[in-house]
Every structure is written in C-alpha cells, then in structure tokens.
Design a binder for this molecule. Structure first.
Ligand SMILES: [Zn+2]
Ligand SMILES: [Zn+2]
Length: 148
C-alpha cells in the first residue's frame, strides 16, 4: 500500500497525518506541505505556551492550545521543544524509563548504546535528552515505580 519511489528531487511518500501522496525531502516527520504548515502552527502555539507557563502539564497545554496530546509528545521526542527546568512535564527514556526533558534516551543509556546499537538504531544527539537536575520523586505519581 505504501509506495516509495526514489527520484532526483526527493521521495514520493505518504503523509503520516492525512495519507496524501507528496514529495518528501528527508527533513523532519513525514508530513505533506499542508500538514507541515498546520503542524508548524500547532508547534509554535505549544512552544509559546510552555515558555510562558513553564509549569503546565501536557494535558493543560493541550487544552489551552487545542493541540492534541500525542502531537505535544512528538515535539518532545523530536527535541523540538525542551521541558523547562522545574516543570512537572517530563517524558521518559525509552530504555530505562528515567525522566528526560527531550528526545528519546537519557545520556546514560545513550552512552551505553553507543558501542552496541547506536549506529543500527540511528540515534543522534537530538534524541538524547537531559535528565532534569531538580527532579524530586514525590512530585510525579507515574514515576513512583522508578524511585528507589
Ligand atoms: Zn498531510
Ligand atoms: Zn535511560
């Protein structure tokens, strides 16, 4: 069903948001130009809100900006937005579950993976998130299982 065709200008891909066929140049997520524009607008709203209200939760940001939670999480995973210090919003390292402020992996897992799977999994620095310095366990219930 998916139809990939290489040519000189890019690849023909299916937009992961609306399903339209378009020419993809290998930058960012696989969105067609219309979805890319919408996505940029949503992204800017989210970014502005988070920087203005540093301690908002993802749910709150979603309600106030009208941007679905799943997109906000994508922005975090893509490291397009970073969670401010002292914010209760976090995402978790995909490998060990520790809190990180952006990306997919904590620095520890990233360095452990460097020799094994990094090339294969194609991690780059943008996918490695900082662990928040002022994190305290009691604050976030969904992380209780990771507290010693
Ligand atoms: Zn689209
Ligand atoms: Zn980790």
């Amino acid at each position: 069903m998916e139809n990939y065709q290489r040519n000189a200008n890019g690849e023909i891909r299916t937009c992961i948001r609306c399903g339209k066929i378009f020419q993809y140049y290998g930058l960012g997520r696989c969105y067609c130009p219309a979805c890319k524009k919408q996505d940029d607008e949503a992204f800017n709203k989210v970014k502005a809100y988070i920087y203005e209200h540093g301690t908002a939760t993802v749910m709150e940001v979603s309600e106030k900006t009208g941007v679905p939670v799943r997109y906000i999480r994508l922005y975090l995973k893509d490291s397009r937005i970073e969670i401010p210090e002292n914010s209760p919003i976090f995402i978790q390292c995909e490998r060990c579950g520790v809190n990180i402020r952006s990306g997919r992996l904590c620095p520890n897992c990233a360095s452990e993976l460097t020799n094994e799977m990094r090339l294969e999994m194609d991690f780059n620095n943008e996918q490695i998130g900082e662990i928040p310095r002022k994190y305290s366990c009691g604050k976030m219930r969904f992380l209780d299982k990771n507290c010693d």
